[in-house]
Design a protein around this ligand. Structure first.
Ligand code: HGY
Ligand code: MN
Ligand code: MN
Length: 420
């Protein structure tokens, strides 16, 4: 069989019901009452999710490995044992009230592609790996996309080990426990070479569904910048302290958020500005809050606009400090990026060839592919999700659309794994 015929044969072997039942089995780990999942990075649930992947990999005789940040690799060997692999994958961690598909689909869809390639009896020159990147969501330890950032050398693991979650657990301890939960796995070096990377994901927005399409050939990802803001005032008695002498950290933080909302005002509705965490301490009705903390998630496709507005965030907060001190820390800066044109063409081409209506589209959400794009030709495949709902327990997708994405993925992986 020729390379193209092999790619199409692999796609044809994708099994929609097998893929769906694995998605549902994974969704039981950390299942929430409202039909979503809560699988925080490096938690017990995350560890169970990893063990389930390892069990499936063991059933099919695939090779498994990890690395120093517990990224998990599942390999279908190629003829050339030492050749750089073609890699697919995504993440198994979720938002605290996340859905069944964000991330898990890219790992399980990748695994389905490996099984389909095997079942179709196809040999590839290069190995094909599925990777589950550690801590993509950043809900427990910030920032997100950490496993892929450390792998790509965008971030140093040593600088992250001291991070603590809301319970005071360090990343170092959570990571050690996670690595210990999969004993005996060989460790691969961070940054080991990839020949190419293709990640499948639900769209997390409404465009494909609105257009009646099945596949998005993703052209790139808008810029994502995260900041933390810490406001320190003075705790004081709520009954006796006159308003004019207070240094109320909460009221200052509220004024900052309002001013930032004005700074980000955008008639075209392209700016994305989110304060997803907002805390005040000590959190007692009769004490003026002496400490407040909030996060900023700011996204835009234009690098100049991101840089210009980002530079105004700290001065805007300082201008509304109301006698408190304020510290603004940038914790993630991922500029807008474009994917490899050959891979965009390949995703679009195989989707069309397989009869799946397709369009090119940028990603509004962030993905591990953004960091891996620094290392090798990278692309992404989107499938629709119901009403575009994501980062929500109601997130949903159809078995047929997920299978269409896995077919497109299987074809791309075989094609890439037979290239020089
Ligand atoms: O935040 C993001 O865009 C991704 O879903 N973690
Ligand atoms: Mn995701
Ligand atoms: Mn997400």
């Amino acid at each position: 069989m020729g390379a193209r015929a092999d790619a199409l044969a692999a796609a044809a072997a994708v099994d929609e019901s097998r893929l769906w039942s694995r998605q549902m089995a994974m969704a039981e780990i950390g299942a929430t009452a409202k039909g979503g999942v809560n699988r925080a990075a490096l938690s017990d649930e995350d560890r169970r999710a990893r063990r389930l992947m390892l069990e499936w990999a063991g059933d099919l005789g695939f090779e498994v490995a990890t690395d120093d940040i517990a990224n998990l690799y599942i390999r279908r060997p190629g003829r050339q044992a030492d050749a750089a692999p073609v890699v697919t994958g995504s993440h198994l961690d979720s938002q605290p009230r996340g859905g069944k598909f964000d991330g898990a689909y890219g790992v399980i869809g990748g695994f389905e592609a490996l099984e389909a390639i095997t079942q179709a009896g196809i040999e590839t020159a290069r190995p094909i790996d599925v990777v589950a990147w550690t801590n993509e969501e950043g809900g427990r330890f910030q920032p997100g996309a950490m496993g892929s950032a450390v792998f790509a050398g965008v971030m140093r693991l040593e600088d992250q080990l001291g991070l603590v979650d809301s319970e005071g657990v360090t990343l170092e301890d959570a990571l050690a426990e996670t690595l210990a939960s999969t004993p005996g796995l060989p460790r691969r070096p961070l940054g080991h070479p990839f020949a190419a990377y293709v990640e499948a994901h639900i769209e997390q927005g409404p465009r494909l569904e609105n257009e009646g399409l099945t596949i998005g050939a993703v052209t790139g990802i808008q810029g994502i910048y995260w900041f933390t803001v810490e406001v320190n005032g003075a705790e004081a008695h709520a009954g006796t302290t006159p308003l004019r002498t207070r240094r109320d950290a909460l009221k200052a933080a509220v004024a900052m958020v309002t001013a930032l909302e004005e700074l980000m005002a955008d008639e075209s509705d392209t700016v994305r500005f989110t304060v997803g965490r907002f805390e005040c301490h000590p959190g007692s009705p009769a004490t003026v809050p002496g400490h407040a903390f909030f996060t900023i998630d700011f996204r835009h496709p234009d690098p100049d606009l991101i840089a210009r507005i980002s530079a105004q965030i700290a001065p805007t907060c300082e201008a509304h400090a109301r006698g408190c001190t304020v510290t603004v820390r940038p914790i993630m800066e991922i500029p807008p990026l474009v994917f490899d044109p050959t891979l965009i063409d390949m995703v679009e081409g195989y989707a069309a060839r397989l009869g799946h209506p397709v369009m090119r589209m940028p990603s509004g959400a962030g993905h591990d592919a953004g960091h891996i794009n620094h290392l090798c030709p990278t692309g992404m495949i989107f499938v629709p999700c119901e009403r575009g709902v994501s980062h929500n327990e109601a997130e949903n997708a159809t078995p047929a659309d997920l299978a269409a994405g896995a077919r497109t993925l299987a074809a791309c992986l075989v094609d890439l794994a037979n290239q020089e």
